[in-house]
Design a protein around this ligand. Sequence first.
Ligand SMILES: O=C(O)CCC(=O)C(=O)O
Ligand SMILES: [Fe+2]
Length: 484
Amino acid sequence: MASAMSMNASPVHPPKITTVKALVESTGSSSIPSFYNFTPYLRDEPIAGDAPIAGDAEDAVPIIDISLLVSGTPEEQSQIIHQLSKACSDWGCFMVINHDVTESLTKAMIASFQEFFDLPEEEKKEYQGNHVMDPIRCGTVESTGSSSIPSFYNFTPYLRDEPIAGDAPIAGDAEDAVPIIDISLLVSGTPEEQSQIIHQLSKACSDWGCFMVINHDVTESLTKAMIASFQEFFDLPEEEKKEYQGNHVMDPIRCGTGFNPSLDKANYWRDFLKCFAHPEFHTPNKPAGFSEIAREFSKRNREVVIILLKAISKSLGLEESYVEKAANFELGLQLLAANYYPTCPEPEKAIGIPAHYDHGLLTTLVNNGVSGLQVKHNEKWFNVNIPANVLFVQVADHLEILSNGKYKSIAHRALVNNKATRMSIALAHGPALDTIMRPAPELVDNESDQPAYVEMTYRKFLELQQTGRLRSKFQSDIEQSKAV
Ligand SMILES: O=C(O)CCC(=O)C(=O)O
Ligand SMILES: [Fe+2]
């Protein structure tokens, strides 16, 4: 189901292998093919902040005396060419001295730009351009006189999708720490018990962004039947599964491999099947019984989520059907996704699903007893082992948007292992596709408090995410400033 992708160079696809499962079954080798090797891409994860600051570069950045290139002896010239080669390969930058861009000309240029910026706003407007190809273009970031920036400049929701893997330390297992919510007390507890659970939910959503739900109505036997049925689907001959291959995020049934094939750099060690389960129900018509089990499983999960959304609304100080109404949840998109991670001979090199945030309101997740899920909490990765009778629930992007950032969607990823095939089943419970989602005005409560998120429909959000444009919007700004 997953969402926030952060990789966007040209994809590298394995020749003619349609699923990781087929690959594993056909090779049985002890190393993984190079196009599954994720380690080169671990380097390009951070947008900001994680690398230490080593000091000023002046003493170290190479210095190139260009006058020697122009009028030096042949030895001097080749020495400078050697220095250039080292500068370009070691640093990617250098300082040029003794050139003909005179200091006085540079000073005059700076002074002249200063004078331009000092012109009355009206006069500068004449040169306002919007397109990177406009031959003259001036623009502005207005001073608001406030300590926060207007929401339409806020790129942080999109910056947050930075980490692909590996940067944060592993802090250990999360079971002892992830909050546990006894949903039966929300349904039939005393008023005191109910408000205690609502308080626990509020803490769980704001401190962690995830929690374990116990005593719910998705029975262990139903979950087991669902897992077994997905296993049968993945065991179908490749030819039969091909029928359900879909390419577009809006295809109601989609099976494939990877994560976001139009954006993936490396291949992910994961096959998937995704079906829209609500408002319309779609599933493959094989294996036998699959559709009935999937329908019941999706319905029961949805019932749990409705209970949780009511309690979460209350925990935000809103009336209990607030989130459901704001998201038009009656027509909400529910996506049933199964992830299949075969055993991997080199698990440290590959990744099942890179770090991402889910896009709905809440995600409910179960697995087949094999671990691999990690969540990021306080800048550390925690292993999450989901017990058989527990629904693991994650806060997703649209609850973050609706709560104006009070509750944040949680970064998570799936690692692979060399011992047992892992399967997880995630249900993304989202708003209706054409409902415009924005922060609840009640949670943007005073003048200085701006809505922290841009409004858009869930459909638009999904489409932008799929093309990588939630993130590349940010990158195009970098391109523009380079192009000036
Ligand atoms: O396999 C897992 O545990 C995580 C799956 C996931 O994050 C997703 O499907 O979005
Ligand atoms: Fe996810």
